[in-house]
Design a protein around this ligand. Sequence first.
Ligand SMILES: *Cc1c(COP(=O)(O)O)cnc(C)c1O
Length: 385
Amino acid sequence: MKGTFPLERFDQWRTPFYYYDTDLLRLTLHTIRAEARRHERFEVHYAIKANANPKVLNIIAQAGLGADCVSGGEIEAALRAGFPHSKVVYAGVGKSDWEIELGLEKDIFCFNVESLAELEVINETAQRMNRKARVALRINPNVGAHTHANITTGLAENKFGIAMADMENVIEQALCMKGVEFIGLHFHIGSQILDMGDFKALCNRINDLQQQLEKHHINIGHINVGGGLGIDYQHPNREPMADFRSYFDTFARHLNLRQHQTLHFELGRAVVAPCGSLITRVLYVKQGTCKQFAITDAGMTDLIRPALYQAYHKIENLTSDEPCETYDVVGPVCESSDVFGKAVDLNRCHRHDLLALRSAGAYGEIMASQYNCRRLPEGFITEDF
Ligand SMILES: *Cc1c(COP(=O)(O)O)cnc(C)c1O
């Protein structure tokens, strides 16, 4: 089964380009809201870094989600797209001075602070600007995630967050600072997580930390469990949406949220990955000595995930119904890792056939580069046609 695309209209656009199915995006956003509302005090933010295409961001902002940012540029993009400043959270191990000033100036909801050194700078900056920064401490929970090593973030060996052993000391210091208001804890254990057991392990760790804090009469109003919910890259047509119900239920069941607390989520991939496809044309079919190659006009500069994390994207030939043959699908960039898929079964390919690389809405367009002096791909949404 192949996805359905407005093929007659694809001819107007220069390939490669990203196509975002906004019906699916809106349905996904609706589902997220409906599933989150089954629980009390669950607040969902969208992780801007997954896809910052302005048209996509607009639709997400209109759905009422908050914004999770990891740079000053993302704060600007979020505000431009219509996310309210009161729903912007900002994480990152290396916040520059101007980024901290921007967050304070725009009065964002919360800085997720990743070190004592950063906390001190935020405190000084806020006092100088006559402001008070709401801060949550990002704690490294030392919880593994069953995902690719390059996208685990919650292990002691990763650069992210404050070690659990240092948590209380940093909180004590935060509570004495005039420029900051300590409001909660933040976590993020990784990405493309499909095993709910990983999130359960995070819940258990947070429960322990909460008990520890309460013993010292430290109360917090906000717990932020980050993002990381994965999608089914293998079957984009059968499973077009992530399992939001199981995800939220896992936290409802296993996290001991106190009466006055709000639970925050920061979903990126699960919001946008399924709705996006990279559309590319076959330039050449090349017979190698032991295999044949479909050479596309898109390359790793347009979609780097396969080269960077050996990620799988389902590939479909949208313009051929001929019997399947096996191809290595490769881009034109001068790197051996510029391969979208090896031994891929595709309907027989010809020059100018259109291929879709599915589930490419997250960490696709936003990670595009100009290596080899290539053009950046454009992004179109359903309404553009
Ligand atoms: C990347 C990131 C997210 C989103 O991760 P997804 O796997 O795309 O859901 C959420 N929070 C933080 C702090 C991040 O860095």
